[in-house]
Design a protein around this ligand. Structure first.
Ligand code: ADP
Ligand code: ADP
Length: 239
């Protein structure tokens, strides 16, 4: 089952008289439950592509279809509702709210979904336990290490069980050991719930966690590497 279709997408930035083809006629599909990595060096256009897929930037040409909806045609309020309902985000810089505890940060997305306080707390506790922070729930971001903060960020991205999670260099500020732990967590939580992950990175070692690697260079797809066929393994499970 295809959840994301990117069709002949272009993003052109104009700098005076110069045109920058940040994304240059890119097409690919992402399947349900797939962990997809956009891999490329700095300036290759990965972040721009992710921002287009998340509806944060407007495309110059082409189509982006998520769950059958043309997201490039949506207005801001429909897009906001769509994000809230189906999408989760993990950022490189964590983006936690400093005045809130780990528990409150993780509960936050559920407030918008109108989940009741008691249920919110129990859902947030569950996911914080899953990421190994059962003893840090009352701590504020400043009282935690980078790795712990990012695990809070992951818990927050996954707490509402969004169908799709976008991650931009999610381990960019972490050491190697913590990076591998955090990547393992993201992969395991997503697989458990058959969630789709789209991750941007320049780091080949992180791409190893993915089912599909889309190699990007100068705004174009160099090649698409399928490391594990998600559609096939689904059939195997059914048989
Ligand atoms: P990556 O995420 O792979 O490092 P980016 O998507 O950030 O690459 O950038 C791709 C290209 O587009 C780069 O050449 C960058 O300088 C350019 N670019 C990105 N955002 C803008 C912008 N807002 N205005 C002009 N050029 C931009
Ligand atoms: P990343 O670390 O994700 O590759 P960058 O640090 O290259 O991103 O850029 C951060 C943000 O700044 C990008 O999301 C992009 O929108 C913007 N940006 C990048 N290059 C340019 C540029 N040449 N002119 C204007 N904005 C840019």
């Amino acid at each position: 089952e295809t959840v994301i279709q990117v069709k002949n997408v272009k993003k052109i930035y104009r700098m005076g008289t110069e045109k920058i083809f940040a994304v240059d006629d890119v097409s690919f599909d992402i399947l349900k439950g797939e962990f997809c990595c956009l891999l490329g060096t700095s300036g290759s256009g990965k972040s721009t592509l992710l921002n287009l897929m998340a509806g944060i930037e407007k495309l110059s040409a082409g189509q982006i279809i998520i769950k059958g909806k043309k997201i490039h045609r949506m207005n801001e309020s429909s897009l906001a509702r769509f994000r809230q309902r189906y999408l989760g985000f993990v950022f490189q810089s964590y983006n936690l709210i400093n005045s809130m505890t780990a528990l409150e940060n993780v509960e936050f997305p559920l407030v918008f979904k109108r989940v009741k306080a008691k249920k919110r707390k129990s859902m947030a506790k569950d996911v914080l336990t899953k990421v190994g922070l059962e003893n840090r729930m009352a701590h504020k971001p400043k009282e935690m290490s980078g790795g712990q903060q990012q695990r809070v960020g992951i818990a927050r991205a996954f707490v509402a069980k969004p169908e799709i999670v976008f991650a931009d260099e999610p381990t960019g500020n972490l050491d190697t050991k913590t990076t591998m732990e955090v990547m393992g967590l993201i992969r395991n939580i997503a697989k458990e719930n058959n969630q789709t992950i789209v991750m941007v990175t320049h780091d080949k070692r992180l791409a190893e966690f993915a089912d599909k690697i889309i190699h990007i260079l100068d705004g174009k797809i160099q090649n698409i590497e399928i490391r594990r066929d998600v559609s096939k393994s689904e059939n195997e499970v059914l048989e």
